[in-house]
Design a protein around this ligand. Structure first.
Ligand SMILES: Nc1nc2c(c(=O)[nH]1)N[C@H]1C(S)=C(S)[C@@H](COP(=O)(O)OP(=O)(O)OC[C@H]3O[C@@H](n4cnc5c(=O)[nH]c(N)nc54)[C@H](O)[C@@H]3O)O[C@H]1N2
Ligand SMILES: Nc1nc2c(c(=O)[nH]1)N[C@H]1C(S)=C(S)[C@@H](COP(=O)(O)OP(=O)(O)OC[C@H]3O[C@@H](n4cnc5c(=O)[nH]c(N)nc54)[C@H](O)[C@@H]3O)O[C@H]1N2
Ligand code: SF4
Ligand SMILES: [Mo]
Length: 710
């Protein structure tokens, strides 16, 4: 076997005890951590105390990082498919063999169809310079990320109003007096720092309104919980805006200085009264009126969450847009306790990290999903992955023949795996680069095992916020198995495809040096504390004349020319969700605090804490169907059904049922998680191509299921 020695960047093989600052990799939040290593083995993980908002805290998943590291039930060497796709027959390959195999297939695709015929997706986030560079270098415009199933609707809503990304704003929970969450289960589906800030605010007396058809842990901390009818909170928002304007509770100075289109907004909501919304949402009109007056008393130190995942239906974009508009009306923009624009190095008067992608010529080809040319209102950066599938099936606007997924499991995270497989079957090559056996990996042609987050270093990252900083994931230990870091994998593939000149670094430190050139920060500065702050004080723009919105008008666009150009209204008329037949329910889903999506179910510790899921149903609905708590029920949609235990609880709206996402794994090599629980994405039949036309996100909560006794 070809020899690869893990670079001895942190004295990996040196005996004794030492500490390494790095970033957690148990979920995509990537919290700063400190790893304690003894004789080359990791023995303790905790938060990086140099980051004050983190401290030494870790969540359960982060703490289970050691159990993940020492688990053998993960790919240990490259695998090439030996049987039919999905059959589970593999042969062990050397890296040389596996990379040559992939490169040969890709070369054939490129020769016949061009680089554009290769599609690539990953989890997005801060490490993507390298992978985007790889995609660009091989001549493909088709870089995708996961976000069509995550924050895309909120992202596009934020873009339409402010010209800023969803992540272009931070919520200053520490100083807020009232926070409003729409299904943003911030204490359970969390980021450690943010959840701590929310808890601190509550302890200091802040109020919280939580809106969700299901009561979550976050609801249990709320001062007001509204059990909204599923997929109707857009009507609620329109009524809240109506009342804020009618009772003149809005910040007139801010609105007249910083917005365009207020009159049109006022006109649009004129008939959207709380009484109108009461019938639609099931929330009392009096409650809505009391709520806006209570919030107005605390303005501008208030936050309406713009949404992350939350409800996912055909009007999610407008739901999110109106949540952001409520912040604008209360003047809660760029102010303590409100929404504060995230600042980068240049806002702190510093130089940004150098990017590899800037050295590579842009690809002229259009994206296969139409983003940026056919759909001008969709951000062309990561496109919309669900639109890849119809393109593969039809060969329009051009053929796609190969698909690589890195740190992404579309069979777990996009709806309707059967529909996906029909498209995958048309491809010449499927590659999964993962640290686990993902559902997609199991269906692919080659699995390349990446070294785990403790076993590898990544490229440096720059974190925006009120105080921007640079940080690093450093290598703490040598890989336990025959796995490799992503930078090495992409470089090796690039070399084999004849574009190695862009990846002319021998090790990660050389890459870091390039990133840091001219910034005045050194690798040893970063190693010393795990992060380097670029500003010692919070950076806030001047609200009189310093706000930097990236919209065509430079203001907050309550009326948007970008939407108008795409033929979309600034606000759409509310569309009521379709009626349900008896025995039918809307299937809602969400996360638990101890798992991350679908990839920790087999973790020895986390599996022990939460091995499976159940179906939540309201007592009234259960009684009508003759079902009781603990019964085994069959949940079906179309030709797919699954079974699991029933949890009868008033904490779910009678029209909906709920299950935790991520269970129902089908990879037999994950012996603990195999076959345990129900998989919501498999029930989302027919929804692969159903999406919000204005926001681009998949309509995941439009899934209707029937429930019967098993
Ligand atoms: N522990 C843990 N934390 C995580 C993650 C994880 O996997 N595990 N994942 C991270 C990621 S990538 C994300 S995107 C975030 C997601 O964080 P959240 O956006 O908080 O997402 P979910 O946990 O999916 O919760 C979605 C909630 O929306 C509710 N909902 C459904 N329909 C409606 C509706 O019509 N109106 C309203 N108001 N609510 C509705 C559901 O009942 C559910 O409680 O969490 C992040 N944090
Ligand atoms: N039905 C349904 N669909 C959903 C959701 C839902 O709740 N219900 N949630 C949606 C949301 S919010 C999101 S963000 C997406 C998430 O969807 P994905 O991004 O696909 O989910 P993850 O499970 O975070 O990670 C994907 C893969 O990355 C692998 N991985 C983890 N760490 C590493 C690493 O260090 N290196 C490599 N190479 N691989 C790694 C995991 O093993 C896993 O196979 O799913 C979305 N889709
Ligand atoms: S939220 Fe938990 S799992 Fe995610 S990065 Fe932070 S500590 Fe790790
Ligand atoms: Mo997400």
């Amino acid at each position: 076997m070809e020899s690869f020695k893990a670079p001895n960047v942190t004295g990996v093989e040196s005996p004794g005890r030492r500490k390494v600052f790095s970033l957690c990799g148990m979920c995509a939040v990537r919290c700063p951590i400190e790893v304690e290593v003894e004789d080359g083995r990791p023995v303790w993980l905790q938060g990086n105390p140099n980051d004050k908002s983190m401290g030494t805290s870790l969540c359960a998943k982060g703490a289970a990082g050691l159990a993940f590291e020492y688990d053998d039930e993960r790919p240990q060497y490259p695998l090439i498919r030996a049987g039919e796709r999905g059959e589970g027959k593999w042969r062990r390959a050397t890296w040389e063999e596996a990379l040559d195999y992939i490169a040969d297939k890709l070369k054939a695709v490129i020769e016949e169809h061009g680089g554009r015929a290769i599609a690539y997706s990953d989890r997005g986030g801060p490490f993507t310079d390298l992978s985007k560079s790889f995609v660009r270098a091989i001549g493909s415009p088709n870089y995708f990320n996961h976000d069509c199933t995550c924050g895309r609707n909120a992202h596009h809503a934020s873009m339409s109003l402010f010209g800023l990304k969803r992540t272009g704003f931070g919520y200053d929970f520490k100083n807020t007096k009232h926070m409003v969450f729409y299904g943003r289960n911030i204490i359970e589906s969390f980021q450690v720092k943010e959840a701590k800030a929310v808890i601190d605010a509550l302890s200091a007396g802040a109020k919280m309104t939580y809106i969700d058809p299901r009561a979550t842990y976050t609801a249990s901390k709320a001062t007001r919980y509204l059990q909204v009818r599923p997929n109707t909170e857009y009507a609620l928002n329109l009524a809240l805006i109506h009342q804020v304007i009618k009772d003149e509770l809005y910040d007139k100075d801010f609105v007249s200085r910083w917005t365009v289109g207020f009159e049109q907004l006022q006109k649009f909501v004129a008939d959207k009264t709380p009484q109108w919304a009461e019938e639609i949402t099931g929330i009392a009109a009096a409650e809505m009126i009391e709520m806006v007056h209570e919030i107005a008393a605390d303005a501008p130190r208030v936050t309406f969450h713009g949404g992350w995942m939350t409800a996912r239906h055909g009007q999610s974009f407008y739901t999110s847009r109106t949540s952001y508009i409520l912040n604008v009306l209360f003047g809660a923009i760029e102010v303590k306790g409100g929404l504060i624009a995230a600042k980068g190095p240049s806002d702190a008067g510093k130089k940004s990290l150098n990017k590899l992608i800037d050295k590579i010529p842009e690809v002229e080809e259009k994206r296969v999903d139409g983003c940026g040319w056919k759909y001008t209102h969709f951000d062309s950066g990561p496109g919309l992955l669900h639109l890849l599938f119809p393109a593969i099936e039809s060969g329009e606007p051009y053929p796609v023949k190969a698909y690589i997924a890195y740190r992404h499991d579309p069979i777990s995270s996009l709806p309707d795996p059967d529909a996906q497989k029909r498209a995958y079957d048309k491809l010449d090559l499927l590659v999964s680069i993962d640290v686990n056996y993902s559902e997609f990996g199991w269906y692919s042609d080659v699995i390349l095992p990446e070294a785990t987050y403790l076993e590898r270093a990544n490229i440096l990252i720059s974190k925006s916020g009120t105080k921007p900083y640079f940080t690093m994931r450093d290598q703490a230990i040598a890989p336990r198995f025959d796995s490799r870091p992503a930078w090495w994998i992409f470089r090796e593939l690039a070399v084999r495809l004849g574009v190695g000149e862009y990846f002319d670094f021998e090790n990660i430190e050389e890459f870091w040096e390039y990133q840091l050139e001219g910034t005045g920060v050194s690798v040893s500065d970063l190693r010393e504390r795990g992060l380097v702050q670029l500003s010692d004080r919070d950076i806030l723009w001047d609200r009189d004349d310093g706000l930097k919105f990236q919209t065509p008008s430079g203001k907050i666009e309550l009326t948007s020319s970008v939407l108008a150009d795409a033929g979309l209204p600034d606000l759409a008329e509310f569309q009521p969700p379709p009626d349900l037949a008896p025995g039918q329910f809307r299937l809602l889903f969400g996360r638990s605090g101890v798992h991350n999506h679908a990839h920790t179910m087999n973790n020895p510790l986390l599996h022990e804490i939460l091995p499976s899921n159940s179906l939540w149903m309201h007592p009234q609905a259960a009684e009508e169907l003759g079902l009781s708590d603990g019964d085994t029920v069959r949940v079906s949609n179309g030709d797919y059904s699954t079974e699991g235990p029933l949890t009868v609880t008033p904490w779910i709206h009678p029209e909906a049922v709920f299950m935790l996402h991520g269970f129902g794994r089908t990879v037999p090599l994950q012996t603990r998680a195999y076959g345990k629980g129900m998989a919501d994405q498999r029930l989302q039949k027919g929804l692969l191509t159903a999406y919000d036309q204005a926001g681009g996100g998949n309509n995941l909560t439009e899934c209707v299921v029937t429930v019967t006794k098993a």
